[in-house]
Design a protein around this ligand. Structure first.
Ligand code: PLP
Length: 822
């Protein structure tokens, strides 16, 4: 994030750091991630101690040209041209610098906190007030201990209003955020149960959140929510409350009606009746909109003006969506928000897409940036050049007028509006490229997205890549420093995707990938994945591919070892990396105990192969009933791997634990763990709710037809289904060929319709099935969830007596995968 400039000497004073400066320089960008450096000469790198020690990335940042570092100790290595500022706590230093920067400006700042709706309320307040203010705000939901300082750092002299959200997950976190944001106006959004696990009680959570408002002179909140907490509110602040039920609130909303798909609200304010129209219907949106209404009134907007502005609120989507496009393209759709910060984040995601060499950006004019056009498009052009965009498609008059700033980009195209772009679509010839679509709302880039996307079969598996990352980090946090992580991406990453999942794992630096078969490994290589890849079950007929694509075979028997050594020998290779599998109790693949001495003889001094790792697999790491057996497996593995290592005369990576092994058997982590189903949000060993695991997938379909059925009439093949009394059934677009197994038929399986669980009726057919919708108000085309956070994959597995692994991997390739990332 960049802002106005400070000299490095000044920074040193502000954060009170020791260390000798070797050069003077000015600082405008704060960097906490060595992969996201765009302006190295003016960057300062904070070596934060996250899950990985930031000091490990100093070299990478230095090689990118960064010359200023905030550290807790001097790193080893030659960085003689760099300044190192030494502090006790790097995160505190970051916060201190941002807090200093904040206090340099005397502008009204709205601080938003609450359990739900923070980002929406922040973005809506921005939409509502951007016309008469130059606003600075957090990009997306950058609301953490790190995200808030980075956001506040963007404040510039031109800004007339700041809107910053603060998110906390446990006690004693708000003080730091308060010091950085220094809000003058406080806004409290919905208080729900999010992050409850981080607090002892609701009271403790509310008390902590209210610390943000300590120096505010105005606090806007829900009247009903804060009864009982008056003492925690800042004494000098004016309160502005709203309520759906109490006329003691400043804004008492007494009537809600739906008029042509909008919510019409009437309220009493200052003793008068006022009204507003909100273009949303769901409860959460209404509550967030009323919060915004209250803020506008509290800040002095007239009721008429507030109504006019609220009517034009547009949905906020912070996540981008990746799907398969026409002509082998990957389409990344981020057409719901358009500003420089979110462009940087989206470009970063685009760059992670290794599956296509060509990277394309389709961008519209950016509105309400608060910058002068020349400056804005100068920044955009710089970004586009730095991120190696191959094709740049610009849409809008402002971009057209600033065309000269984009000189030097290989292929660039300028169109005056979206219709102009669409009429030249054929000529652009999109083919085998990753395309980021980013446009302001008025450009209606959903038309562009549609033109680029494959026709969507309405059954889709939605994959949340942030949840996947969260799960990865959850398991990483269980590992001792130095223990490596192999991610199991066999069987299309347990049904979740191929390169889409592998790209994010590679970008986030897992150490190894593993696939079941050679062709799965080849597909990943062809998609540009460069991580080492182990193949669990390599077929001798495809050894040529193993070598051509630098895959590393698991060797589990003498027969395979012999064939592979011969193959390597005949091809003139040597020291080829392999992984030796020991059978410690699974009795599936692997060398048994009695075979070890012959194996050691064969391996020792063999010039054709190099044993990278020795491993085995736990049979029941999640099951307490078998813990004695697991202990035995660990013992056997320890002994066998030590023998092999001794025979080889060099160190190997030893690994034994799968997902539940990571959570339940820390003593079995050895040098590496193999994370499988946990990555996808499922772990038999972790009791739900107590953990940081999140489901990553939702399976969604839709209703193609609804019909009324008389009691006793039969439904579907073989007349197996019927209703007890007259009712309605809906036909949905999913069948056993999609992976919704026949076992779910005849009421065994249930689907979610508007949050209500309804049973299947009759047999499941190949491409569709029927559900009983007698008690739900539905229409053709409505969405139906097969699983989501409400009915989980685990629930489905229970319904038909199987395991979650089978449910996930059964979802056929015909079901479209759509990826979300924020
Ligand atoms: C699939 C697999 C794993 C991962 O198991 P999870 O229970 O999904 O974590 C680990 N090791 C081997 C050898 C596997 O085949």
């Amino acid at each position: 994030m960049s802002s106005s400039q400070y000299t490095i000497t000044h920074v040193q004073q502000i954060i009170n750091a020791t260390g000798t400066l070797v050069r003077e320089g000015s600082i405008s960008s704060l960097v906490t991630d060595s992969r996201q450096i765009s302006n190295p000469a003016e960057s300062i790198f904070f070596a934060l101690n996250g899950r990985r020690n930031g000091h490990a990335f100093i070299k990478e940042a230095y090689e990118h040209g960064v010359r200023n570092f905030i550290v807790t100790h001097l790193p080893d290595g030659d960085f003689s041209a760099a300044n190192f500022l030494i502090v006790d706590d790097v995160l505190k230093a970051l916060q201190k610098l941002a807090a200093y920067h904040r206090s340099e400006f005397n502008l009204p700042v709205i601080g938003v906190t609450g359990s739900n709706g923070k980002t929406i309320v922040k973005e809506w307040l921005y939409q509502l007030m951007a016309a008469d203010n130059n606003i600075v705000r957090n990009p997306k939901s950058y609301n953490s201990q790190i995200g808030v300082p980075l956001s506040v750092w963007q404040i510039r002299a031109e800004n007339t209003l700041g809107i910053f959200e603060a998110g906390i997950s446990t006690i004693n976190e708000m003080d730091a955020l308060q010091a950085v944001i220094q809000p003058t106006i406080g806004v409290l959004t919905h208080l729900g149960s999010a992050h409850d696990e981080g607090f002892e009680s609701t009271a403790q959570k509310i008390t902590e959140k209210l610390k943000l408002f300590i120096n505010c002179n105005l606090v806007v909140c829900n009247y009903d929510q804060i009864t009982g907490y008056a003492a925690q509110f800042p004494a000098n602040a004016k309160h502005f409350t709203w309520s759906f039920s109490s006329n003691r609130a400043d804004l008492y909303v007494f009537s809600e009606t739906v008029i042509s798909k909008r919510h019409y609200l009437r309220a009493v304010y200052n003793g008068q009746e006022i009204e507003c129209l909100i273009p949303f219907l769901d409860e959460a949106s209404i509550e967030n909109a009323v919060t915004c209404w209250a803020v506008l009134l509290a800040m002095g907007y007239s009721p008429a003006e507030a109504d006019k502005r609220l009517e034009h609120l547009t949905p906020v989507s912070m996540r981008l969506e990746m799907k398969t496009g026409i002509n082998d393209c990957s389409v990344i759709d981020d057409s719901y928000n358009s500003d420089v910060q979110s462009l940087a984040i989206a470009l970063n995601f685009l760059q992670q897409q290794n599956q296509h060499k060509t990277k394309t950006l389709i961008l519209s004019d950016i509105y309400q940036s608060g910058l002068k056009q020349h400056e804005l498009y100068g920044q955009v052009a710089e970004m586009v050049k730095n991120r190696n965009i191959d094709r740049f498609v610009a849409v809008g008059d402002d971009l057209l007028n600033n065309q000269q700033q984009f000189a030097g980009i290989n292929q660039s195209y300028f169109f005056k509006d979206t219709a102009d772009l669409l009429s030249h679509f054929q000529e652009l010839n999109f083919n085998n490229e990753a395309i980021l679509i980013k446009g302001s709302r008025s450009f209606e880039f959903e038309r562009v997205s549609k033109a680029l996307s494959q026709k969507a079969h309405e059954t889709m598996l939605e994959i949340n890549l942030n949840a996947l990352l969260g799960n990865l980090n959850f398991y990483k946090s269980k590992l001792k420093p130095g223990v490596r992580l192999m991610a199991m991406v066999k069987a299309f990453s347990y049904g979740s995707g191929t390169f889409e999942v592998a790209n994010i794992l590679q970008y986030n630096k897992v150490d190894y990938l593993a696939v079941a078969y050679i062709d799965e490994g080849v597909a990943l290589r062809e998609a540009g994945i460069t991580l080492p890849i182990m193949v669990l079950n390599p077929e001798p007929s495809a050894f040529d591919k193993v070598i051509e694509f630098k895959l590393e075979p698991e060797i589990y028997s003498f027969g395979l070892l012999d064939k592979f050594i011969k193959y390597i020998q005949n091809n003139g290779n040597d020291h080829y990396p392999v992984h030796i599998k020991i059978d410690t109790g699974m009795h599936r693949l692997g060398f048994e105990g009695y075979e070890l001495s012959s194996l050691c003889d064969l391996l020792s001094g063999n010039p054709y192969i190099h044993v990278v790792s020795v491993f085995s697999h736990l049979v029941a790491s999640d099951a307490e009933a078998h813990d004695d057996f697991t202990r035995k497996q660990i013992e056997r593995f320890e002994e066998a791997s030590a023998r092999i290592e001794a025979a080889l005369g060099y160190k190997v990576i030893r690994h034994l634990s799968n997902t539940s092994g990571i959570t339940r058997w820390p003593e079995a982590h050895f040098d590496m763990v193999r994370l499988g189903i946990g990555l996808y949000g499922i772990d038999g060993a972790v009791p739900p709710h107590l953990n940081g695991l999140q489901p990553i997938a939702k399976l969604k379909t839709s209703i193609s037809q609804i019909r009324s059925i008389k009691a006793g009439e039969t439904v579907g093949y073989n007349r197996n289904g019927s209703l007890q009394s007259d009712g309605r059934i809906a036909t949905v677009r999913i069948g056993y060929a999609d992976g919704y197994l026949r076992a779910f038929g005849n009421g065994v399986g249930k689907m979610l319709l508007k949050g209500v669980l309804v049973p299947t009726v009759g047999n499941i057919a190949m491409d569709m099935c029927m559900i009983d919708v007698s008690d739900v108000d539905v229409a053709e085309g409505d969405e139906v969830y097969v699983f989501n956070e409400q009915q989980t994959i685990e629930d489905l597995a229970k319904q038909i007596g199987t395991i979650p692994y089978e449910i996930l991997t059964n979802i056929s390739q015909r079901v479209k995968r759509v990826y979300f990332y924020e």
